[in-house]
Design a protein around this ligand. Structure first.
Ligand code: GLC
Length: 634
């Protein structure tokens, strides 16, 4: 049963699609108070209770013992000391002596102190008094998730080809660079379905333009790639370059479509293209306008996009930069003491994604001017909505691949997400794994991390182990940052090992696609914590390194360097399956702890007793897969 408690006059975020009667916030079954304009409530936790949720967020599957903040943040250092990543997914679930779920529908900051200040208490501080709290009790964890997911609506299903292997890099600058990637994969006989176009495909980073010097006759080129079975996926950024003569900018400016400052002028910030205007995606007419711009690219045959920088990321504002420069000029020639030096340094470091800049942005909602601070967390979600609404109207559901960096619950109906700018760190394999069930709880089924890691140089073994987890994530994309080592599979020595891993993905696609569609239809999760299936098993309840997949499997990626295997825990007797290229080996294993041997070219998987999954023959493209041609294992 879901109960909806309403306080004040909440902004309609459109996260929830089911109708519920509002109950006064006074009836909320948690101790609460209003302090300094914040609504604060709390609940106690028993020693063994687990707290799940928060979707894309740092730290563990069990969120206890840390303080999180719902605030979409452009921050490429996903260390365990952080409180936020790019998304704001305000759903948590307490599981234990008491089991319930809470969704806070509120588009500004929320602070979640989950046993950080006081180890057996969760204290939630909502940065305002206009919100809805949905409270779901009575049920097992999966029942609570399903009830919640029913309320927020069916999860997005991308086109089938989006389950293929995808190669990205910032950037494949021109047609020749893209061709070299496709060639590299073809020669190595490694499957591939998509190649990404990062910001350099555009003219001077201008959305909805293509640099003709780099891609002469883009339409013809896209068609040619499609004939080779390859989808090109361009990036779209939130900010629109300020430039006279650039039609998208001029239309935005002349129609008043950009976010404003308090005095009604356009807010301007610096991102990749230099100074940009930020479309006010919270307005329906602006969404319609921006959404229709994707047509320039869909007309060329493009059928997949990634929306980026939509927290929004702001490197600097004119005002912030001017203040910083003035400060520097002021200090020039003076003998700075340490504190003055650090003040100067921090002024420059603090230019990006600056709180004062965010506070100076205004949106128009139902004719009212609303400060960005009050709606920050739904900006990116509404950019996605702009695209999603256009795609659905023009092409029907699920025809266009769309995923976003920033997100809020509700966006899961029209897109997927990726987990942003991670690092080529071993710890980020596990971070990737831990976010999967949490994202699923919040409706985001099509998701994944930058495999191999985005920032810094990756090693061959790291990319292989990352990919071996990515074999199971709906979005299987290898992406790397500018200036880092080449991370395409064929660029590493002995690339047969990579072929073995990526082929396993293609063999699993019919199974993965089937469980994906089923999870979307039934408001279910693809990835679950082990505790959902084995509630009475203490070791399973505490497991942070393995996940249940579908109704059949358990996955346990290798996440350490220089090892040929690892310990795993089996909560019941299972079949241990090792997949590598076209090889399949199976071994029955008893409940308990086992050391399993897993080489760099192998994907480990466990199948529950009495269950089977389908494996098809590998192919170089998803379009060549034949779902009829499957064997069942074990
Ligand atoms: C952002 C994105 C990253 C992209 C880069 C350049 O950092 O998160 O994926 O490669 O911008 O567009």
């Amino acid at each position: 049963m879901i109960k909806k408690y309403t306080s004040g006059r909440p902004i309609n975020t459109q996260a929830v699609v089911e109708q519920f009667d509002s109950i006064s916030i006074k009836e909320l079954p948690f101790k609460n108070k209003i302090d300094n304009g914040k609504f604060i409530f709390e609940f106690d936790m028993s020693e063994d209770d687990i707290v799940y949720g928060l979707g894309e967020a740092p730290r563990g599957i069990n969120k206890r013992g840390w303080v999180y903040e719902s605030f979409c943040s452009d921050d490429p250092f996903h260390t365990e000391t952080k409180s936020s990543l790019y998304a704001a997914h305000n759903f948590i679930m307490l599981y234990g002596s008491n089991t319930f779920g809470i969704f806070i529908d509120f588009p500004a900051k929320i602070r979640w102190d989950i046993g950080y200040t006081s180890s057996n208490k969760t204290v939630v501080a909502i940065d305002g008094t206009d919100f809805d709290i949905y409270f779901i009790d009575n049920g097992t964890p999966i029942e609570i998730v399903k009830e919640f997911r029913k309320a927020i609506g069916t999860s997005y299903i991308p086109p089938f080809w989006a389950f293929g292997y995808q190669q990205s890099r910032w950037s494949y600058h021109n047609a020749a660079a893209v061709d070299a990637v496709i060639d590299g994969y073809n020669k190595a006989d490694i499957p591939l379905d998509s190649v990404y176009l990062d910001i350099d495909y555009m003219q001077c980073y201008k959305d909805f333009t293509v640099d003709e010097e780099k891609f002469p006759d883009f339409k013809k080129y896209v068609e040619e790639k499609r004939r080779q079975g390859i989808h090109l996926i361009p990036i779209i950024d939130a900010g629109v370059k300020k430039e006279d003569g650039y039609s998208v900018y001029e239309e935005g400016r002349d129609n008043g479509y950009f976010c404003k400052t308090e005095d009604g002028s356009d807010f301007e910030g610096g991102v990749w293209p230099g100074i940009v205007g930020f479309p006010d995606f919270l307005r329906e007419d602006v969404r319609e306008w921006f959404g229709s711009k994707y047509k320039v690219l869909t007309d060329c045959g493009i059928d997949g996009f990634w929306n980026d920088m939509n927290e929004p990321a702001i490197f600097y504002s004119e005002k912030g930069l001017e203040n910083a420069l003035n400060k520097a000029v002021d200090m020039k020639g003076k003998n700075l003491d340490l504190s003055k030096f650090f003040e100067l340094k921090d002024t420059f470091l603090g230019l990006s994604n600056n709180a004062e800049d965010y506070s100076s942005i205004y949106h128009t909602i139902d004719g009212r001017q609303v400060c960005h601070d009050k709606v920050h967390n739904i900006y990116g979600a509404n950019m996605t909505k702009a695209a999603g609404e256009y795609f659905e109207k023009e092409f029907g559901k699920g025809k266009i691949l769309m995923f976003s960096r920033a997100s809020y619950i509700g966006a899961h109906r029209s897109s997927g997400i990726w987990f942003g700018d991670n690092h080529s760190w071993w710890s980020h394999i596990l971070l990737n794994l831990k976010m999967l069930p949490s994202a699923n709880m919040c409706g985001f089924l099509y998701c994944g991390a930058d495999l191999g890691g985005f920032n810094e140089n990756a090693t061959r073994d790291l990319v292989l182990r990352f990919l071996a987890l990515g074999v199971f994530t709906p979005l299987m994309r290898n992406h790397a940052a500018l200036g880092t080592r080449n991370q395409e599979c064929y660029n590493f020595e002995n690339c047969e090992d990579f072929k073995d891993i990526v082929q396993v993905r293609y063999r699993l696609i019919p199974y993965l696609y089937r469980i994906f569609c089923k999870a979307s239809e039934e408001n279910d999760m693809i990835f679950r914590p082990l505790s959902f299936d084995y509630p009475d098993d203490k070791i399973a309840r505490e497991c942070e390194t393995q996940l249940m997949l579908g109704d059949e499997c358990m996955i346990c990626p290798v996440y350490e360097q220089n090892v040929n295997g690892q310990y795993v825990y089996l909560p019941e007797d299972m079949t241990f399956v090792k997949l590598s290229g076209t090889n399949v080996s199976t071994e029955e294993m008893k409940k308990g702890v086992h050391y399993i041997d897993v080489r760099l070219n192998e994907v480990p998987l466990f199948i529950k007793q009495g269950k089977q999954i389908e494996l098809c023959s590998p192919a170089l493209r998803t379009s060549f897969l034949n779902a009829e041609d499957c064997i069942m294992i074990p």
